[in-house]
Design a protein around this ligand. Sequence first.
Ligand code: SF4
Length: 227
Amino acid sequence: MLLAGLQRCSLVDYPGQTCCTIFTQGCNLCCPYCHNGELISARCRNPVEEAECWDLLLRRKGKVGAITVTGGEPTQHTDLPEFLATIKSLGFLVKLDTNGTRPGVIRKLLRENLVDCIAMDVKSPLDRYEEAAGRLVPVRLLRESIELLKSCGIPTEFRTTVVPAIHTADDISEIARELVGGQVYYLQSFEPGHALSPHLRETAPPSPDFMRTCRDRAGEWIDTYVR
Ligand code: SF4
Protein backbone atom coordinates (compact mmCIF):
# COMPACT_ATOMS: atom_id res chain seq x y z
CA MET A 1 0.00 0.00 0.00
CA LEU A 2 1.12 3.53 -0.68
CA LEU A 3 -0.12 5.51 2.31
CA ALA A 4 -0.28 9.29 2.28
CA GLY A 5 -1.64 10.05 5.72
CA LEU A 6 -3.15 8.86 8.98
CA GLN A 7 -5.78 10.57 11.09
CA ARG A 8 -5.84 9.22 14.61
CA CYS A 9 -9.41 10.25 15.48
CA SER A 10 -12.40 11.09 13.32
CA LEU A 11 -16.00 11.45 14.47
CA VAL A 12 -17.43 11.75 10.96
CA ASP A 13 -15.84 9.08 8.75
CA TYR A 14 -17.60 5.97 10.09
CA PRO A 15 -21.34 5.96 10.85
CA GLY A 16 -21.91 5.70 14.60
CA GLN A 17 -18.24 5.02 15.43
CA THR A 18 -15.16 6.96 16.34
CA CYS A 19 -12.52 5.85 13.87
CA CYS A 20 -9.00 6.30 12.59
CA THR A 21 -8.76 7.30 8.93
CA ILE A 22 -6.09 6.03 6.55
CA PHE A 23 -5.46 7.97 3.33
CA THR A 24 -4.10 6.00 0.38
CA GLN A 25 -2.11 7.66 -2.41
CA GLY A 26 -3.20 7.60 -6.05
CA CYS A 27 -6.51 7.95 -7.86
CA ASN A 28 -7.69 6.92 -11.31
CA LEU A 29 -10.05 9.91 -11.59
CA CYS A 30 -9.30 13.62 -11.68
CA CYS A 31 -12.45 15.33 -10.40
CA PRO A 32 -12.14 19.10 -10.89
CA TYR A 33 -13.71 19.74 -7.48
CA CYS A 34 -11.42 17.26 -5.67
CA HIS A 35 -10.18 18.74 -2.39
CA ASN A 36 -7.55 16.01 -1.97
CA GLY A 37 -5.68 16.88 -5.15
CA GLU A 38 -2.32 15.95 -3.65
CA LEU A 39 -3.58 12.36 -3.34
CA ILE A 40 -4.28 11.87 -7.06
CA SER A 41 -0.72 11.28 -8.26
CA ALA A 42 0.67 7.76 -8.00
CA ARG A 43 3.71 9.28 -6.29
CA CYS A 44 3.69 10.58 -2.75
CA ARG A 45 6.01 13.28 -1.46
CA ASN A 46 5.84 12.16 2.16
CA PRO A 47 4.61 8.58 2.26
CA VAL A 48 3.69 7.01 5.58
CA GLU A 49 5.41 3.70 6.32
CA GLU A 50 3.03 0.79 6.89
CA ALA A 51 4.86 0.13 10.17
CA GLU A 52 3.78 3.57 11.37
CA CYS A 53 0.21 2.72 10.44
CA TRP A 54 0.25 -0.56 12.39
CA ASP A 55 1.84 1.19 15.34
CA LEU A 56 -0.97 3.78 15.38
CA LEU A 57 -3.67 1.13 15.10
CA LEU A 58 -2.21 -0.89 17.96
CA ARG A 59 -2.14 2.24 20.12
CA ARG A 60 -5.76 3.09 19.18
CA LYS A 61 -7.13 -0.37 20.04
CA GLY A 62 -9.89 -0.01 22.61
CA LYS A 63 -10.14 3.74 21.91
CA VAL A 64 -11.66 3.59 18.41
CA GLY A 65 -13.81 0.80 17.06
CA ALA A 66 -13.30 1.30 13.36
CA ILE A 67 -10.89 2.22 10.60
CA THR A 68 -11.88 4.10 7.44
CA VAL A 69 -9.69 3.56 4.40
CA THR A 70 -10.05 6.41 1.95
CA GLY A 71 -8.05 8.11 -0.76
CA GLY A 72 -7.17 8.76 -3.38
CA GLU A 73 -8.83 5.55 -4.49
CA PRO A 74 -8.00 2.59 -2.24
CA THR A 75 -9.16 -0.06 -4.74
CA GLN A 76 -6.21 0.87 -6.99
CA HIS A 77 -3.84 -0.96 -4.66
CA THR A 78 -3.41 -4.64 -5.44
CA ASP A 79 -2.56 -5.45 -1.82
CA LEU A 80 -5.72 -3.80 -0.45
CA PRO A 81 -7.31 -7.18 0.51
CA GLU A 82 -4.29 -8.17 2.62
CA PHE A 83 -4.12 -4.69 4.11
CA LEU A 84 -7.79 -4.79 5.17
CA ALA A 85 -7.41 -8.37 6.44
CA THR A 86 -4.63 -7.20 8.76
CA ILE A 87 -6.80 -4.32 10.04
CA LYS A 88 -9.66 -6.72 10.70
CA SER A 89 -7.34 -9.18 12.45
CA LEU A 90 -6.64 -6.38 14.96
CA GLY A 91 -10.36 -6.33 15.81
CA PHE A 92 -11.48 -3.16 14.02
CA LEU A 93 -14.52 -2.62 11.84
CA VAL A 94 -13.46 -1.50 8.35
CA LYS A 95 -15.08 1.08 6.10
CA LEU A 96 -14.03 1.57 2.50
CA ASP A 97 -14.51 4.88 0.66
CA THR A 98 -14.48 4.30 -3.08
CA ASN A 99 -15.26 5.98 -6.37
CA GLY A 100 -16.83 2.75 -7.58
CA THR A 101 -14.77 2.36 -10.73
CA ARG A 102 -13.48 -1.10 -9.74
CA PRO A 103 -16.47 -3.30 -8.96
CA GLY A 104 -14.32 -6.44 -9.21
CA VAL A 105 -12.30 -5.31 -6.19
CA ILE A 106 -15.43 -4.39 -4.24
CA ARG A 107 -16.90 -7.82 -5.01
CA LYS A 108 -13.75 -9.57 -3.78
CA LEU A 109 -13.65 -7.56 -0.55
CA LEU A 110 -17.31 -8.39 0.10
CA ARG A 111 -16.83 -12.06 -0.71
CA GLU A 112 -13.92 -12.29 1.72
CA ASN A 113 -15.74 -10.32 4.47
CA LEU A 114 -13.02 -7.68 4.55
CA VAL A 115 -15.34 -4.65 4.78
CA ASP A 116 -18.12 -3.78 7.22
CA CYS A 117 -19.29 -0.59 5.55
CA ILE A 118 -18.84 0.98 2.12
CA ALA A 119 -19.35 4.56 0.92
CA MET A 120 -19.39 5.18 -2.83
CA ASP A 121 -19.21 8.55 -4.55
CA VAL A 122 -21.58 8.92 -7.48
CA LYS A 123 -20.30 11.96 -9.25
CA SER A 124 -22.94 12.77 -11.84
CA PRO A 125 -25.55 11.04 -14.01
CA LEU A 126 -23.70 7.94 -15.16
CA ASP A 127 -23.72 8.69 -18.87
CA ARG A 128 -22.10 12.11 -18.32
CA TYR A 129 -19.27 11.24 -15.97
CA GLU A 130 -16.40 12.95 -17.71
CA GLU A 131 -17.17 16.51 -16.65
CA ALA A 132 -17.49 15.66 -12.94
CA ALA A 133 -14.85 12.90 -12.79
CA GLY A 134 -12.25 14.31 -15.16
CA ARG A 135 -12.08 10.91 -16.89
CA LEU A 136 -14.33 8.74 -19.00
CA VAL A 137 -15.71 5.88 -16.91
CA PRO A 138 -17.69 3.01 -18.47
CA VAL A 139 -21.27 3.19 -17.21
CA ARG A 140 -21.37 -0.58 -16.72
CA LEU A 141 -18.60 -0.42 -14.07
CA LEU A 142 -20.38 2.28 -12.10
CA ARG A 143 -23.70 0.48 -12.35
CA GLU A 144 -22.10 -2.78 -11.24
CA SER A 145 -20.65 -1.12 -8.13
CA ILE A 146 -23.97 0.58 -7.36
CA GLU A 147 -25.80 -2.75 -7.60
CA LEU A 148 -23.18 -4.41 -5.36
CA LEU A 149 -23.74 -1.79 -2.68
CA LYS A 150 -27.50 -2.17 -2.94
CA SER A 151 -27.43 -5.93 -2.48
CA CYS A 152 -24.43 -6.61 -0.24
CA GLY A 153 -26.22 -6.69 3.11
CA ILE A 154 -23.77 -4.47 5.03
CA PRO A 155 -24.20 -0.73 5.79
CA THR A 156 -23.58 1.32 2.67
CA GLU A 157 -24.04 4.88 1.54
CA PHE A 158 -23.93 6.81 -1.69
CA ARG A 159 -22.61 10.37 -1.81
CA THR A 160 -22.42 13.24 -4.26
CA THR A 161 -20.48 16.46 -3.90
CA VAL A 162 -22.87 19.06 -5.31
CA VAL A 163 -21.11 21.56 -7.57
CA PRO A 164 -23.39 24.29 -8.98
CA ALA A 165 -21.11 24.80 -11.99
CA ILE A 166 -21.56 21.09 -12.85
CA HIS A 167 -24.87 19.88 -11.40
CA THR A 168 -28.47 20.94 -11.80
CA ALA A 169 -31.21 19.73 -9.46
CA ASP A 170 -32.36 17.54 -12.37
CA ASP A 171 -28.91 15.90 -12.41
CA ILE A 172 -29.12 15.10 -8.69
CA SER A 173 -32.59 13.65 -9.20
CA GLU A 174 -31.28 11.55 -12.09
CA ILE A 175 -28.43 10.20 -9.93
CA ALA A 176 -30.88 9.40 -7.13
CA ARG A 177 -33.11 7.48 -9.53
CA GLU A 178 -30.14 5.23 -10.24
CA LEU A 179 -29.79 4.60 -6.49
CA VAL A 180 -33.33 3.31 -5.84
CA GLY A 181 -33.01 0.30 -3.54
CA GLY A 182 -29.94 1.72 -1.81
CA GLN A 183 -29.86 2.56 1.90
CA VAL A 184 -29.02 6.24 2.05
CA TYR A 185 -27.77 9.09 -0.11
CA TYR A 186 -25.74 12.03 1.22
CA LEU A 187 -25.27 15.32 -0.56
CA GLN A 188 -22.26 17.36 0.43
CA SER A 189 -21.46 20.93 -0.56
CA PHE A 190 -18.59 21.65 -2.88
CA GLU A 191 -15.91 23.83 -1.24
CA PRO A 192 -14.36 26.13 -3.88
CA GLY A 193 -11.33 27.07 -1.78
CA HIS A 194 -9.84 23.57 -1.98
CA ALA A 195 -10.86 22.64 -5.53
CA LEU A 196 -8.33 21.06 -7.87
CA SER A 197 -9.54 23.15 -10.81
CA PRO A 198 -8.49 26.84 -10.74
CA HIS A 199 -11.67 27.60 -12.68
CA LEU A 200 -13.91 26.00 -10.04
CA ARG A 201 -12.03 27.82 -7.29
CA GLU A 202 -13.56 31.00 -8.71
CA THR A 203 -17.12 29.67 -8.58
CA ALA A 204 -19.66 29.80 -5.77
CA PRO A 205 -20.53 26.89 -3.49
CA PRO A 206 -24.13 25.67 -3.56
CA SER A 207 -26.58 27.84 -1.63
CA PRO A 208 -28.53 26.26 1.25
CA ASP A 209 -31.67 26.67 -0.88
CA PHE A 210 -30.11 24.77 -3.78
CA MET A 211 -28.97 21.98 -1.45
CA ARG A 212 -32.49 21.71 -0.02
CA THR A 213 -33.96 21.57 -3.52
CA CYS A 214 -31.49 18.83 -4.49
CA ARG A 215 -32.26 16.92 -1.29
CA ASP A 216 -36.01 17.13 -1.91
CA ARG A 217 -35.68 16.03 -5.54
CA ALA A 218 -33.37 13.11 -4.65
CA GLY A 219 -35.62 12.22 -1.70
CA GLU A 220 -38.31 11.20 -4.17
CA TRP A 221 -36.13 8.18 -4.96
CA ILE A 222 -34.00 7.35 -1.89
CA ASP A 223 -33.57 8.61 1.71
CA THR A 224 -31.42 11.68 1.19
CA TYR A 225 -29.62 13.95 3.63
CA VAL A 226 -27.43 17.03 3.34
CA ARG A 227 -24.13 16.73 5.16
S1 SF4 B 1 -12.61 13.39 -5.55
FE1 SF4 B 1 -12.19 12.32 -7.50
S2 SF4 B 1 -10.02 12.73 -7.96
FE2 SF4 B 1 -10.35 13.24 -5.78
S3 SF4 B 1 -9.79 11.38 -4.69
FE3 SF4 B 1 -12.02 11.29 -5.02
S4 SF4 B 1 -12.30 10.16 -6.95
FE4 SF4 B 1 -10.14 10.78 -6.84
